[in-house]
Design a protein. Structure first.
Length: 69
């Protein structure tokens, strides 16, 4: 009985570690969005916004923002 509990806890910990690693990779990929030009931004229906100390960005209709090149 004790061995099953230990194996169950080890399996749960390994599963959580795997899910955390996948989540971290996904979040990193989402955070690094590609750059876009001003013309491409307006052509895609986006709006050019000014970010303090970070330059300009394109706010797209789907809610994402991309840096202006």
């Amino acid at each position: 009985m004790r061995m099953r509990r230990i194996l169950g806890l080890a399996l749960a910990a390994a599963t959580l570690a795997g899910v955390s690693a996948v989540g971290a990779v996904s979040a990193g990929a989402a955070a690094s969005s590609p750059n876009i030009s001003r013309d491409d931004c307006t052509a895609a229906g986006g709006q050019i916004i000014s970010r303090p100390y970070a330059g300009y960005a394109c706010a797209l209709p789907d809610g994402t923002t991309q840096a202006i090149t």
